[in-house]
Design a binder for this molecule. Structure first.
Ligand code: ADP
Ligand code: MG
Length: 315
């Protein structure tokens, strides 16, 4: 069994009357890329700040690496890397000096630190810019500097809070690839985002939050299996008429079938061989089969079914 890296138990954080985090419990295991997904204002950053003891909270328990977290738990903190939502670097220091400063908070040995800073610069592709001051860097490069500052000391747990907001697609892909690479090198990662595509792409475990509450959690497959429509199959059919629909609706797992403009749309609730069963039926009926697609639900479908709202298009 992988070790538990983070355990949050019934965390409650209020800002006056507003309950920003509402009895949230999460467990994050060694080696996971754990996605915390939720619309803006759902309590992701507040949760991270409580986790890091940067913010006091009203109720609940938090332990990291099996020990209780506290503002003075420096042995725990030295094994955590943080890349916050807002870029936080020193304007008067160069790229290299910034990374060296943050790394120096944890690594006192100069020679060891020089090696780690070099590795962080290479990892984030900032070699050409190491003598630049932050104000000379583009948004994407600034994000990369922010990441280099957070990871240079090679922490066991790395927390990324919306690292791709307002980042161009190229830098965004670089950041996501970098996170996967850090995970491969052994880091456990917590990744918050309101972009479900990113979370689907890189996270091995996902927790969805809304209004401070945990709505659901699991692997992507587990979350998908909880929604009613777990597969949507479309088939181009030239010569079918509506009489086929009744037979399709009799198939196992099918709960909806429609035919419009020569396109058959069949929604299924689980099951592994829905496409095969459907195509076999069409073949038996001598129906000409055109383009076939099978779509699995996205996290948006999951969010929509559980909350009645769209996760997409929130900024
Ligand atoms: P997210 O990171 O998911 O966008 P936040 O944790 O930033 O969400 O915010 C959760 C809720 O708490 C929001 O309603 C936000 O307006 C509120 N909030 C966040 N920080 C503060 C603060 N310092 N004082 C008062 N309310 C806050
Ligand atoms: Mg936030």
């Amino acid at each position: 069994m992988p070790e538990t890296i983070v355990k949050i138990d019934k965390l409650v954080k209020r800002y006056k009357e507003l309950v920003a985090v509402d009895h949230l419990s999460l467990e994050i295991k060694e080696g996971e890329v754990f996605g915390l997904l939720g619309p803006n204002g759902s309590g992701k950053t507040t949760t991270i700040n409580c986790l890091l003891s940067l913010l006091s909270f009203d109720k609940g328990d938090i332990s990291i690496f099996g020990k209780p977290m506290s503002p003075t738990a420096y042995d725990i903190k030295s094994n955590i890397g943080v890349v916050m939502q807002n870029v936080a670097v020193f304007e008067e220091l160069t790229v290299r000096e910034n990374i060296d400063y943050f790394c120096g908070l944890y690594i006192k040995d100069k020679e060891k630190r020089r090696k780690l800073v070099n590795e962080a610069i290479a990892f984030t592709g900032l070699e050409e810019f190491e003598k630049f001051h932050p104000k000379k860097l583009s948004g994407g490069l600034l994000r990369r500097l922010n990441i280099a500052c957070g990871i240079a000391h090679k922490p066991r747990l790395i927390i990324f809070d919306e690292p791709t907001v307002a980042v161009d697609p190229q830098s965004r892909n670089k950041i996501l690839e970098g996170i996967i690479e850090l995970n491969k090198q052994g880091a456990t990662v917590i990744y918050t985002s309101h972009y479900m595509e990113e979370v689907e792409q890189i996270c091995s475990k996902i927790a969805i939050m809304d209004k401070g509450r945990l709505i659901t959690q699991g692997t992507l497959d587990e979350l998908r299996s909880n929604v009613t429509c777990s597969e949507k199959i479309t088939v181009g059919v030239r010569d079918a008429d509506e009489s086929i629909l009744d037979e399709i609706r009799e198939l196992d797992h099918v709960f909806e079938a429609t035919l419009e403009n020569g396109e058959l749309v069949v929604k299924c609730s689980g099951g592994k061989h829905n496409v095969v069963r459907l195509l076999t039926l069409l073949q038996e009926q001598n129906i000409h089969i055109g383009k076939v697609t099978s779509e699995q639900p996205t996290l948006n479908t999951v969010f929509l079914e559980l909350t009645g709202k769209e996760l997409r298009d929130k900024n």
